[in-house]
Write a protein that binds this ligand. Structure first.
Ligand SMILES: Nc1nc2c(ncn2[C@@H]2O[C@H](COP(=O)(O)OP(=O)(O)OP(=O)(O)O)[C@@H](O)[C@H]2O)c(=O)[nH]1
Ligand SMILES: [Mg+2]
Length: 730
């Protein structure tokens, strides 16, 4: 390194040293200090003014939207990069700061695809919270290795006034809880290997806002004891205190040393991550490129985030380059759109700023300009086996209709909604051309509120939205017997049935163990997984497609013509999955079996226009026979409040068709675990706040679809059909 080397030149040099790269993220329960931590790291790397680092009121470097500053919370994930020196070697840290609020946790899921390791922050006072468990699940699903940072230790000293011994006890308890969680969630292979350990330095503790951190190895090196931390808080002079911290416990040094030592570089990580996130043949040339993070290999880039410049509309595609080298001007192929385009810019991050470079090699988090596609897409130079879909653990269940206030703006609305769902794939947009109604679904009320506001303030479009409504699912409760359905021209007949999908298969689809795709070739991998789930070998081979948690099986034998119509059959089936017979809500957890078909020899008589209605009528009839019913979204919440409010909280839960699962009392606090239907939870945070005089908090632990009580079925179906303007036979 020369003295004259600029920051960007240094980054350009470091992106090529794969073994010295760490791709990481912050992850934690809401407000446990991720952004303050990121700010402090950036400041220490000289990438922002040190004066205000970690000071919320002054604004966080990573907050790029006004709403984040107004609400003092992170909404979007932010990519930053910084250099770090360790044992005389230079490293590049590519870091993504993720949001903590559950409504934005889709951003966490997507960030996990881009990285190999994560610093999980836990507030020393609050301890492990529901969202800590969720982020750990998100990380481990992508084989992202965690290390632990116990934050806000100053609060233990200043607010709780614990002794040094009590502090250590607390840490040990917290670390043990973290490891138990890891043990429960991780795949067996990693459950042991990835346990964090205070002695080896995979755990650190400190106060992000105050710029200090320590780990046991670091304390040994500097000869610091727990008592010294207390002495630190006895120093009155601020400058003196800062000097002590800088000399004995600088956060960036302790944390980044931990990151370099305990989190994998891309060469190590890709060896075991690829088989989890890519279902292609590892023995193939591309498979080997991916495993070895080959700079000279075939290009393989996964898009994890799209940022649209509000002024010029430029679309920046950020993601992880797993193989090859991304070069300015090169022609690339999008697996999703099946289009070729030319790369107009290759960007790497210097601090928070994206900077243009000529090229960037595999093993980095980078961004590119020149595409027109979606998050999750695999970019290469030709058609390749794409990466697994990036699936969020929760599905959007709250919907609002959205319309423009001035009819002249109508054409702009469609364009803006398209952009919104591009930037935030957790937002689902449904445009109904018949009724002109546009629906926007999101993770929760806050999510929709933020998006609505951004449409107004950032996209400059005046809109109004309807009241929140809940998304339902349709399913079947038993198997129906085989029935036949004819195409409208009477020339073709299909024999089929529908039944509930096996629990194990459904769960494996939900957790991304089984891919949602159409199986064109021998899917040996999938067959093996199905067999492990108790599906016999013959049946596994009948899997034709998995779509939105539903399965289509082909049990026909020796039907020569079938291959000519199977695509239309599957497309027709998918249309039914997208909107079922009861209320045009999406199907879930069903299995359709095709037993036999009689097909006209002339393909003119068996086009999609014939096949779709046959499938639709047949499946509607089959669902009726299989006792179709609605499922509603139900959330499990952990509600905490002072003990005095125990009765109030349990009554509130009961008034919302909620079911108590557990009630715990500890140290003047009550913790209630309850399952509540989302339909009853509109306005929940306000209800809880007013019932508990602002002292109750509630955290989402889990969300799933459950049968809507029988007595409510008819009424809810009627209401949805009315809202959608569906006539009786539609
Ligand atoms: N006492 C204390 N407060 C801290 C510390 N670190 C962060 N905070 C405060 O905790 C609050 C949340 O900090 P953030 O950095 O925004 O937390 P976050 O995890 O990024 O929050 P979200 O992204 O919204 O989930 C702010 O009020 C910070 O000032 C710390 O070490 N000690
Ligand atoms: Mg934050």
């Amino acid at each position: 390194m020369t003295d004259k080397e600029t920051g960007l030149h240094k980054i350009e040099r470091l992106i090529t040293e794969q073994k010295n790269i760490r791709n990481i993220a912050t992850s934690a329960h809401i407000h446990h200090g991720k952004t303050a931590f990121t700010d402090v790291l950036l400041a220490a790397a000289g990438m922002m003014a040190a004066k205000n680092a970690g000071d919320l009121e002054e604004g966080m470097t990573t907050w790029q939207h006004a709403d984040e500053q107004e609400r003092l919370m992170t909404v979007d994930a932010a990519n930053v990069s910084m250099p770090h020196e360790f044992h005389g070697q230079e490293y590049l840290i590519n870091l993504i700061d993720t949001p903590g609020h559950i409504d934005f946790s889709g951003n966490v899921t997507r960030a996990m695809r881009a990285i190999d390791g994560t610093v999980v922050l836990v507030c020393a006072v609050e301890g492990i919270m529901p969202q800590t468990e969720t982020v750990l699940k998100q990380a481990l699903r992508e084989r992202v290795k965690p290390v632990l940072f116990i934050n806000k230790v100053d609060r233990l000293i200043k607010e709780l006034k614990v002794t040094p011994e009590q502090m250590q006890e607390r840490f040990m308890k917290l670390i043990a809880q973290f490891n138990i969680l890891l043990q429960q969630i991780a795949e067996p292979e990693y459950a042991r290997k990835w346990q964090v350990n205070v002695a080896d330095g995979s755990v650190a503790f400190g106060a992000a806002r105050e710029n200090w951190a320590l780990s046991v190895p670091f304390m040994k090196k500097k000869n610091i004891s727990f008592k010294d931390i207390y002495n630190l808080y006895a120093i009155e002079d601020e400058k003196q205190r800062k000097d002590w911290i800088w000399k004995n416990a600088p956060l960036h040094e302790v944390i980044l040393d931990m990151v370099v030592k305990h989190l994998p570089n891309p060469l190590e990580a890709q060896k075991y991550r690829i088989s989890k996130i890519w279902s292609g043949d590892i023995e193939s040339a591309l498979g080997q490129d991916l495993i070895s993070c080959n700079k000279q290999g075939k290009l393989a880039f996964v898009i994890t985030r799209i940022i649209i410049d509000p002024r010029v509309g430029k679309e920046v595609y950020a993601g992880r380059l797993f193989s090859g080298t991304m070069e300015n001007g090169m022609e690339v192929y999008s697996t999703l759109t099946k289009q070729k385009t030319r790369i107009q810019q290759v960007l790497v991050y210097e601090g928070i700023k994206p900077k243009q470079v000529d090229k960037a090699p595999a093993g980095n988090v980078i961004a590119i300009v020149g595409l027109n596609t979606e998050v999750g897409d695999t970019i290469s130079t030709e058609e390749i086996q794409p990466f697994e879909a990036i699936k969020h653990i929760f599905q959007p269940v709250i919907t609002k209709s959205i319309e423009v206030t001035r009819s002249a703006d109508l054409p702009k609305l469609i364009e803006v909604l398209r952009k919104v769902s591009k930037e935030d794939p957790s937002i689902k947009i449904e445009i109904n051309e018949e009724t002109g109604e546009n629906l926007m679904s999101g993770m929760g009320e806050l999510h929709l509120e933020i998006i609505e506001n951004r449409i107004k303030t950032e996209k400059g479009l005046e809109v109004k939205t309807g009241p929140p409504i809940v998304v339902y699912r349709e399913t079947v409760n038993k198997a129906c017997s085989k029935l036949e359905t004819r195409t409208p021209n009477g020339h073709n007949i299909f024999f089929l049935s529908i039944e509930p999908l096996e629990d194990g298969v459904f769960e494996s689809i939900q957790s991304n163990q089984l891919p949602e795709t159409r199986f064109k070739k021998k899917a040996e991998d999938v067959w093996k997984k199905l067999e492990a789930l108790g599906i016999d070998n013959d049946e596994a081979r009948q899997y034709k497609e998995i779509y939105k948690g539903n399965v289509f099986q082909d049990r026909t034998r020796g039907l020569v013509l079938l291959s000519e119509v199977i695509e239309s059959i599957l497309d027709g089936w998918k249309l039914v999955v997208d909107g079922g017979p009861l209320a045009r809500e999406q199907l879930t957890k069903t299995k359709v079996i095709l037993y036999d078909a009689k097909l006209h020899v002339d393909h003119m008589h068996r086009g999609p226009a014939q096949i779709y209605p046959a499938l639709r009528n047949g499946l509607h009839e089959a669902m009726k026979a299989a006792q179709a019913g609605l499922l509603e979204p139900v959330q499990t919440h952990m509600i905490e409040a002072p003990l005095d409010f125990m009765g109030t909280v349990t009554n509130l839960v009961a008034s919302k068709r909620g079911v108590l699962q557990d009630v715990q009392q500890e140290a003047g606090q009550v913790t209630v675990r309850a399952e509540i239907p989302v339909a009853e939870m509109i306005g929940w945070s306000n209800d809880l706040r007013s019932a508990t005089e602002g002292r109750g908090i509630s955290n989402l632990v889990d969300q799933r679809f459950k049968p809507l009580p029988r007595e409510l079925q008819a009424q809810v179906i009627y209401k949805i059909r009315q809202r959608k303007g569906l006539s009786e036979n539609q």
